[in-house]
Design a protein around this ligand. Structure first.
Ligand SMILES: [Zn+2]
Length: 297
């Protein structure tokens, strides 16, 4: 292999059997080089191993670049998986490592798309089967050696054996989310429930809703002292609740109940105030708020 020492103008041995890789400098047979349309002889000038390594470095460099990440976080995400473009290409996803010129989006052929859908479907089935086999022995709130708290089992957490562990802050926010979502569902179920996503009823994406509630925190309120609506007031250990400024009890149908779940009608409130508020409310205030929400639709 490579007995004849033919060197190209850059000093690398290149012959019919193979060549020296320009990165690792090792002579390898053509079998170890990728095909390249840009090269005269049809092969890459660096070997597959080096090429793979370089791509990995490039990927990490792109993924970890703070300026790039900043630009990525500010792009307008107008497409979702499966959207078809005029030229027939199908949208795959946005990723910080994709080309910035293409708005960090990746478009694939219809054939490729159908392939991916099949693979995803098979993956979903496999994941569901594995998920159903999980023995649910952990209890919510269990604390691990590293301080992480167990929240629950979830199909989306395949990589951790379907266990959802989080730090204290994430745990408290997740509890709040779950609690609020259950409360919302329960209040709507009396009138037939909802079709739209919780986010659409509240009017804010979840993380913005969390920020909004936090922005209304009074002195002493934090995510650790949220109460559970059970309503016992303890001045030594005060708790706040998610309050409807115009109470849910003031309306009696699905549409109005949804309106009262709009974030502009929600606020954190110390339990004692919440309890003393009782069913007292001004009908005029309620009607004005509902009129505003209906006009906004
Ligand atoms: Zn190499």
């Amino acid at each position: 292999m490579g007995t004849e020492e033919k060197r190209n103008r850059y000093g690398y041995i290149v012959n019919d059997d193979g060549r020296e890789c320009t990165v690792c400098g090792i002579f390898k047979s053509w079998h170890f080089f990728g095909k390249s349309k840009n090269q005269k002889n049809g092969y890459n000038y660096l070997c597959k191993d080096c090429s793979k390594q370089r791509q990995k470095e490039l990927y990490l460099e792109r993924r970890n670049c703070p300026e790039r990440l900043e630009r990525f976080n500010n792009i307008v995400r107008e497409y979702k998986f499966g959207d078809v473009r005029e030229d027939g290409m199908v949208f795959f996803s946005y990723c910080v490592t994709f080309s910035e010129k293409n708005n960090f989006g990746k478009w694939i052929s219809k054939e490729n798309y159908e392939n991916k859908v099949e693979i995803r479907k098979a993956g979903d089935i496999r994941r569901r089967e594995e998920y159903n086999k999980v023995k649910r022995v952990l209890k919510r709130g269990k604390i691990r050696d590293d301080g992480k708290i167990f929240f629950g089992y979830s199909q989306t957490y395949a990589s951790t054996g379907f266990e959802k562990w989080m730090d204290k802050h994430e745990f408290e926010i997740s509890l709040f989310n779950e609690c609020s979502a259950n409360y919302l569902l329960k209040s709507l179920s009396d009138y037939g429930g909802k079709d739209e996503r919780t986010m659409e009823i509240i009017g804010l994406p979840n993380d913005e809703f969390i920020d909004y509630i936090e922005s209304l925190f009074e002195d002493g309120m934090n995510w650790s002292n949220r109460g559970m609506w059970k309503g016992e007031w303890d001045p030594e250990n005060p708790k706040w609740h998610l309050d409807h400024i115009i109470p849910l009890s003031s309306v009696d149908n699905l549409e109005d109940t949804k309106h009262l779940w709009h974030y502009t009608n929600l606020r954190p409130m110390w339990g004692i105030e919440n309890l003393s508020k009782g069913k007292k409310h001004l009908e005029e205030e309620r009607d004005a708020f509902l009129a505003k929400r209906k006009a906004a639709k």
